[in-house]
Ligand binder design. Structure first.
Ligand SMILES: [Zn+2]
Length: 379
């Protein structure tokens, strides 16, 4: 993976490259940022640069023996840990090592822009929640204590470090604090809150922000040859998330922005407070979605409420939405005010948590619907 293959983040690339040139690569770093920003791609490009034997001014050479092995993600001194779960082929004692073939195939298929939902669907375990297990910690300790095969630095990339369970974290803490010589840990996380404080405090933070509309738009034009308007509208919808942008473009169904249609429908039924319509809606439109999609849908709703608040506070210009969604927002915004916004946000955040914890989606959405009806009356 070359830095030049990664969308945006020019400043971060420069800083990472400079840290190598100055010989001050921190041994434990945390790449923290939202989904779809290219954190893993940056981590791999950084690791490749660290070990490239013919470093160029702004990138790895791409052709030295080390780069060649990095290009196929098969360098013996590059290690990955990531969440796993039991599957049809691994029925127990799952750990990253048992999934390396799938992982490499997945990285290649997704061009290293990865997210939990698509990783689980790649493994065909969409409704399970993976973990980084204590077995993973044991095997990385074993590997890192071996001599480096051929690279200058051993690199361990831990994807979604918030999926450590407590035993894994405890086992890895000492290693993060006093790593074996010439070892670099790059932890990747999307959620600082879920990350254990003890892990966070032992790493140097590298914040990876959302991509800009321009960056996503240009990348869409380059990769999918779509026209400027379509690229622009898609970039707006994707909200700085390249994975989402790519999904919207490649999935015709999503071109109609399924969440927008669902949300419109749901709010209409909430206004009317029609129990039968709400029950049908939940059974036919919500229940069939996998849990990750239900969460995404609620997150989409949160975004609409947020935009409504901006709109009500005269910040119309900072709302970037396609025409149709903007029109909906103008009609919808009067129902949101300082009297109900906190309650609504709390409700949606709690619902996302409950779904994450395996809550019954039908009950959660039904309960939300009644509460929303009441909150609207408080405007
Ligand atoms: Zn090279």
């Amino acid at each position: 993976m070359l830095f030049s293959q990664i969308i945006g983040h020019e400043d971060i690339k420069k800083k990472l490259i400079q840290s190598v040139k100055d010989n001050r690569v921190a041994h434990a770093q945390l790449f923290l940022g939202p989904e779809g920003t290219g954190k893993l791609a940056l981590a791999i490009a950084y690791a490749q640069y660290i070990n490239c034997t013919d470093k160029k001014e702004n990138d790895s050479c791409g052709v030295c023996p080390s780069c060649k092995k990095y290009n196929s993600l098969a360098h013996p001194d590059l290690h990955f840990l990531f969440p796993t779960t039991t599957t049809k082929s691994v029925k127990k004692d799952q750990e990253s090592e048992l999934f390396m073939t799938e992982w490499r195939d997945y990285l290649i298929a997704s061009k290293t822009y990865v997210d939990l939902h698509s990783w689980y669907s790649f493994l065909d375990v969409e409704n399970k929640q993976g973990m980084i297990n204590v077995r993973d910690a044991s095997s990385i300790i074993r590997k890192l204590n071996l001599k480096t095969y051929e690279a200058e630095y051993k690199v361990a990339i831990i994807w979604m470090a918030e999926k450590f369970n407590i035993q894994t974290a405890n086992k890895l803490l000492k290693l993060l604090e006093e790593p074996p010589e010439k070892t670099v840990f790059i932890l990747i996380s999307e959620n600082q809150e879920e990350l254990l404080t003890t892990v966070r405090s032992r790493t140097v933070l590298v914040k990876i922000p959302k991509l800009s509309v321009d960056e996503v738009q240009n990348a869409l034009i380059r990769e999918f040859q779509c026209d400027i308007t379509k690229a622009y509208n898609t970039a707006l919808l994707a909200n700085g998330n390249w994975i989402q942008a790519r999904n919207i473009i490649s999935d015709d169904e999503n071109n109609d922005n399924i969440y927008f249609r669902l949300f419109q429908k749901w709010m209409r039924y909430c206004f009317r407070f029609s129990a039968s319509e709400l029950i049908d809606f939940i059974a036919n439109d919500i229940k069939p979605l996998v849990r990750e999609k239900q969460k995404e849908f609620l997150a989409y709703g949160l975004n609409v409420f947020h935009n409504a608040l901006l709109y009500n506070n005269g910040l119309k210009d900072s709302i970037l939405l396609p025409e149709e969604e903007k029109n909906f927002l103008i009609n919808f915004a009067p129902f949101i005010s300082n009297n109900n916004i906190d309650l609504i946000i709390e409700l949606f955040e709690e619902s996302i948590n409950q779904i994450e914890r395996n809550g019954n989606a039908s009950l959660i959405f039904l309960d939300d619907s009644f509460k929303i009806f009441n909150y609207f009356k408080m405007k």
